[in-house]
Design a protein around this ligand. Structure first.
Ligand code: PLP
Length: 381
């Protein structure tokens, strides 16, 4: 949708893009400067596959400080974004036919990554009325002797759902009975929570730490999506296998990004508070306006920068052009083609009928877009 919106914009069409998955803020200045200093001081050569030692040291300290997790430096690996870390973990561990439980709605990449690595995605629906979170009994029902991983993403893309420490403890209780199951905790939105406490699986269930891969990065928390730097911490044998894959693919992420990330992870992070304040204001605005629209409703998400909107109330309606809205893709196209707003249909996240609105956009764009979305709903009969 972002590409379709960009193509329309190129043709001169006025489009507001709310399909993006990245903060609209600039990388903080101190981090920019650390990247520039890395270039100027010649830190522009190959690095160790797992990442330079001072970066892994900074990550080790972060995991201890923020999450109470004690990892050794050889249990940490750095990759080209959290995305590559997730991919390396799946590629390193899945045998053909191994199953990976993916609670849905989920980030678009998980099912395809599992398939690319030879595994079978097992999608488990998480209902809106349960806050889009995985229920322990649904986890239990999905586990088989072939289950290798449970993917847990909190705060969640696309729903913004945040698992509390007791939610995680309840899932851990199920996992204790099934020793073949590992947990991939994708914590990439950790810092973007609004009035709730972030928790991660290895913290909620320290006895399971040998079965957990904790994944995080700087993309969302430090507005560094283009720098491509993420990391994982977990059992030594898994990290070693992931490093083997990294070594034969990208070798490592950019040396410049690694030195900039040391500043992002170990330096002053006061800017995160400013990001959170701004995002929270935008979230409240979008949720308020969307709930005024005929046929749409949404919950107030606790984290990330997305609102996941139930659009069941517009399905079956007819556009002024005479087209029946049969699914969320049709509705997203109605918004884009007739009203100039780009959002992502829920089908991309394995959940329908929904649309995902990203509020990583300036408030004036959000005001304009929400006005258009209300008008788009009113135009349906
Ligand atoms: N995990 C989730 C749930 C995401 O939404 C994203 C990006 O949108 C990523 C991982 C990838 O993050 P990175 O930019 O660090 O690769």
């Amino acid at each position: 949708m972002t590409a379709a919106a960009a193509a329309l914009k190129e043709k001169g069409v006025d489009v507001v893009t709310l399909s993006q998955g990245e903060p609209d803020f600039d990388t903080p200045e101190a981090v920019q400067n650390a990247g520039i200093a890395a270039i100027k001081s010649g830190r522009t050569r190959y690095t160790p596959v797992a990442g330079v030692k001072p970066l892994r040291e900074a990550i080790r300290e972060k995991l201890l400080r923020d999450n109470g997790l004690a990892y050794d430096i050889d249990q940490i690996t750095v990759g080209c974004g959290a995305k590559q870390v997730v991919f390396n973990a799946l590629f390193a561990s899945l045998d053909p036919g191994d199953e990976v439980i993916i609670p849905t709605p989920c980030w678009v990449s998980y099912p395809d990554m599992v398939r690319l690595a030879g595994g079978e995605p097992v999608l488990v629906e998480c209902h809106e009325h349960f806050g889009f979170k995985l229920k322990p009994q649904d986890l239990e029902a999905a586990i088989t002797p072939r289950t290798k991983w449970l993917m847990l993403n909190s705060p969640n893309n696309p729903t913004g759902a945040v698992y509390s420490i007791s939610d995680l403890a309840a899932l851990a209780k199920v996992l204790r009975e099934h020793k073949q199951v590992h947990v991939l905790a994708d914590d990439i939105y950790e810092k973007l929570v609004y009035g709730v406490r972030f928790a991660t699986m290895a913290e909620a269930a320290p006895d399971l730490i040998d079965r957990v891969l904790t994944v995080n990065g700087v993309s969302k928390s430090s507005a560094m999506t283009g720098w491509r730097l993420g990391y994982g911490a977990g059992p030594r044998d898994l990290i070693k296998a992931m490093n083997t894959i990294e070594g034969q693919t990208s070798s490592h992420t950019s040396s410049i990004s690694q030195y900039a990330a040391i500043e992002a992870i170990a330096g002053n992070q006061d800017y995160v508070g400013a990001f959170v304040t701004e995002f929270e204001k935008r979230r409240d605005f979008v949720v308020g306006r969307i709930n005024e629209a005929e046929g749409l409703k949404c919950r107030t998400p606790d984290g990330a920068f997305y609102v996941f909107v139930n659009c069941a109330g517009v399905i079956g309606k007819v556009t002024p052009q005479g087209k029946v809205i049969e699914n969320d893709m049709d509705f997203a196209l109605h918004l884009l083609d007739q009203f100039g707003v780009a959002v992502v249909p829920g089908s991309g996240f394995m959940a329908s009928p929904y649309i995902r609105i990203s509020y990583a956009a300036a408030i004036k764009d959000l005001q304009q877009a929400c006005g258009r979305i209300l008008a788009a709903c009113e135009a349906l009969s």
